[in-house]
Design a protein around this ligand. Sequence first.
Ligand code: NDP
Length: 332
Amino acid sequence: MNNTYQRIVLAARPQGEVTPDLFRLETVPLPELADGQLLIRNHYLSLDPYMRGRMDDARSYAAPQPLDETMIGGTVGEVVASRHPSFREGDFVAAMGGWAEMAVSDGAGLRKLDTSAVPLSAYLGVVGMPGMTAWYGLNRILELQPGQTVCVSAASGAVGSVVGQLAKLRGCRAVGIAGGPEKCDYVVRELGFDACVDYRGGDLRGDLKAAAPDGIDGIFENVGGPVFDTALARTNPFARVALCGMIAGYNGEDIPLRSVRVLLKNRITLRGFIVTEHLDCWPQGLAELGSLVAAGQLKYRETVSQGLASAPEAFIGLLKGRNVGKQLVKLV
Ligand code: NDP
């Protein structure tokens, strides 16, 4: 085994948009394993919108990414050496291995993965944190009844694609909002949403009215801004909102709510949530998602960039909406 590996550290904090020069690729020595530790070769790195927030030195629900340290990130990989009693060489695990080819772990927070029916990479998406986000927001916040309509923004993405499919399995009408005709086509034809509105199409209000003729009973919000305002304006009385993400504002832009009046007028319940604060639900949710994927009832797509060095550009692409489905980096 090579006694060095590559990693990417955060070199500087962004002022607005993320640029490649904020990251630095480094070659570092592989540490000796101590008793109780294991070494993982990361096969895939997950790129997620939350990483943009961590790059800022701002007060939030999570601590900022420290400068000159390995960028935070979820990974799946194979145990290649172990001095830990519960893990053996050849085990596949999900970890927070970061933007790096290798990771040393003491076993805390690791999840052993069964790759017989679910591909390894899917544990970072549909059967991982994004899938759980969809599951939690839909089942624990929106709690829709069959026949009701859910509207989900960033519908072709890692979270949104699962929201709509789970809603369909509950007997709901699923309406997506996504950027561009190709993404909308994928959302309807491949994922089985009832309709998908292209928010760049020029008539979001009119198109959403046509797509949700009976109004909206639940909003799963991933974007914020005009997309959210327009969905709110079409809500039915007592609609619920699972406020999951506000990607339109992750570069620091203010994203005001156009009118608060609709919240009162329609007696709306709005709840923000952070999926990692609900770990008690993960075993149930992940088991359900895994069974659905294994049975072919939950479809997903991945946008995969090749090699660790491609991670910064792939991350910038994710923040600009260039991905369809889960954005991954293949490391092996
Ligand atoms: P996606 O795979 O959906 O990728 C991001 C997508 O956001 C882009 O492809 C793009 O799709 C869309 N987008 C819409 N508007 C904008 C905009 N103004 N600028 C940039 N992109 C835009 O990401 P995820 O599924 O991983 O995450 C979706 C949302 O869920 C994010 O807001 C994320 O922060 C949030 N999240 C929240 C969690 C929680 O615990 N609360 C956990 C996980 C994710 P399009 O081309 O269609 O616009």
